[in-house]
Write a protein that binds this ligand. Sequence first.
Ligand code: DC
Length: 229
Amino acid sequence: MTPASPSAPVLTIDGPSGSGKGTVSRLVAEALGWHLLDSGALYRAVGYAAGSADLDLSDVDAVTRCAQATKIRFRDPGDGGETRVIVNGHDATDELRTETAGAAASAIAAIPGVRAALFERQRGFRRAPGLVADGRDMGTVIFPDAPYKVFLTASAAERAQRRYKQLKAKGLSVTLAALLHEIEARDARDAARVVAPLKPAADAVTIDTTGMPVQTVVSRVLALVRPAS
Ligand code: DC
């Protein structure tokens, strides 16, 4: 792997859950041939590790120690398939995708010690030829000097609908009303927390993706990095 490079260009893509960040970040990273950081997976991994160790998620000291100790690796299966997330040696990819894991991640993400434990790890993903960083605070806290910053939004109703389709396609049993409720609660928690709340960086370009096909969003984002294309 190429070594971390503080001078490699970074494109930050922040936004609430269901805004399309994950899909857009992956497609843009592929198009540019850049590395990808799915920072939400790190928070999900810590929430999962804390849950597996039977920790009380409101025990700030215990969860902080857990964040410091948890070993998280991303493994590319090499066949174009989904990146696997290995948590303390266990492939937790499937468990991390669930709404329960998302809610646990959102809860532990409000703990300053957890964010501090993940700070340098995230910056270590900055490598040549460039990095696409997907999250909530990529442009505001982790890579404030990134030359390219995007904030994706969409109405809560549309985000719930997208999550509904995704989870249904994976065979999970969910209701639209419950998802909308969960998304609104998670947005409120992520935006209200004291450390690194969900908000656009002052120099981010905001794109409202409500009703917009993914390819249109990808083209708009790519145009920021490659204005001539
Ligand atoms: O993007 P996601 O749904 O996988 O993220 C799960 C939770 O992790 C999200 O609700 C808040 C938290 N998170 C965060 O606080 N900061 C990030 N950079 C990424 C995720």
